[in-house]
Design a protein around this ligand. Sequence first.
Ligand SMILES: [Zn+2]
Length: 150
Amino acid sequence: MKLAEFVNSPKGRPIAITFAVLAVLGTGYLLYSAAGGSDAVISSTDRVFICSETGKTFRYTLKVGDMTPVKSPHSGKETGYEPERCYWTADGKPKPEPTYVLLNAAVGKPGPTFCQDCKRLVVGLNPPAGAGEQPPPTEQEYKARGGRNR
Ligand SMILES: [Zn+2]
């Protein structure tokens, strides 16, 4: 039996359709993972750093053997730290573009860190903001609660 005859035969047709669907899904998956993969590569090598001396951010690609803090183009010294991202606005709403915040702990300073934009508490591995979530306390709220987080 030739392939064309098999495909058009009652037995062959469902199999041919199954293969066609699998081929489309497979191609889609490959394209999807290729796009996701390249994105992941960018974010793992080309990262945002914040200069502890000037408070300015810059992008830097970590190379093998690099130590943090990395050299900051703003100060010309090793003052580039990986910041936390704050996704809150001053009135307690999530925002799409983060504010980069240098944690006190990253530079050996005592005490909690508050975002320079929204004045809210920022912690290590800062959780992203979500609609309907309780925003972190502002510096004022934090102090009024006697230093407790919530
Ligand atoms: Zn903020």
